[in-house]
Design a protein around this ligand. Structure first.
Ligand code: U2P
Length: 257
């Protein structure tokens, strides 16, 4: 009788685990210190687009994004490192189905490749958001992680702040890095981290305490050493592939991987 109960418990446990219940992956990773909201500039990222697929927002023609889009909300440590893949839990797209329009618009994939994930890279683009698994105790579920990220992205509108300060997308202008940083400091009272690629702004990161009050990013100190950005940077406009080229270049999602 006892062995039958043990067997039943074992079956129930395995059924729970395989049904996608949360499994702790790495106990050695301590709780994170702060969040970095990493924003990418499509004008810089999309310049590297070599082929198209349906999920790639760089391929939306005239609907391609023209504002900073979300790269991720990253739990980080004060020493500059970060935890990753803290729990294995199956990503359930259904839980965020009501957020899909916002995610497609503000948090789109800008490539056809599959980002790395904790579960072998399968499933939807947002399923790779392994950072959510390390956001405990602030977040315990997918829905709140994605909803909060969209909300703080909309509240701290970096594209608008730069535009109001005179820094608009341009393929001819170069802007002082110091001026861009000052515009964000004046608006949000924190220093962002800026990452460049070939002299163009690639990412801007703004950081938050766990209660979502803004704070300096750890990497913002590297600004003074001009780590990846020159003194004058560009904020390129993206000219999408035209309709005909897109049709010719549009492989299926499978081919694009
Ligand atoms: O910067 C390269 C990649 O490292 C991951 N990263 C970086 C900084 C940080 O604070 N946290 C972090 O996770 C990102 O990996 P991804 O989420 O894109 O897979 C970043 O792209």
């Amino acid at each position: 009788m006892a062995s039958r109960i043990c067997l039943l418990l074992l079956v129930a446990f395995l059924a729970g685990a395989f049904a996608g219940d949360v499994i702790e992956l790495n106990r050695s990773q301590r709780e994170f210190d702060y969040f970095a909201l990493s924003l990418q500039w499509p004008g810089t990222y999309c310049r590297g687009t070599r082929h198209c697929c349906s999920k790639n927002a760089c391929c939306r023609g005239s609907d391609a994004p023209t504002q900073f889009t979300i790269h991720g909300l990253w739990p980080d440590y004060n020493d500059g490192s970060w935890p990753s893949c803290c729990y294995r839990s199956d990503f359930k797209e259904k839980e965020i189905s009501t957020l899909m329009d916002g995610l497609e618009k503000y948090w789109p994939s800008l490539s056809c490749g599959s980002p790395s994930s904790c579960n072998g890279g399968k499933g939807s683009f947002w399923g790779h958001e392994k950072h959510g698994t390390c956001s405990s105790p602030v977040f315990h579920d997918e829905y709140n992680y994605f909803l909060t990220t969209l909300n703080i992205y909309l509240k701290y509108n970096v594209t608008d702040v730069l535009y109001q300060a005179g820094y608009a997308a341009s393929n001819s202008e170069k802007y002082p890095l110091g001026g861009i940083v000052t515009a964000i400091q004046n608006a949000f009272h924190i220093t962002p981290e800026v990452v460049c690629k070939k002299g163009a702004i690639d990412e801007i990161r703004i950081c938050f305490y766990k209660d979502f009050k803004p704070r300096d990013c750890v990497g913002s100190k590297e600004l003074t050493s001009r780590k990846s950005c020159p003194q004058y940077v560009s904020l390129p406009e993206y000219t999408p592939l035209d309709g005909e080229a897109m049709v010719l270049k549009m492989p299926t999602d499978r081919e694009a991987l």
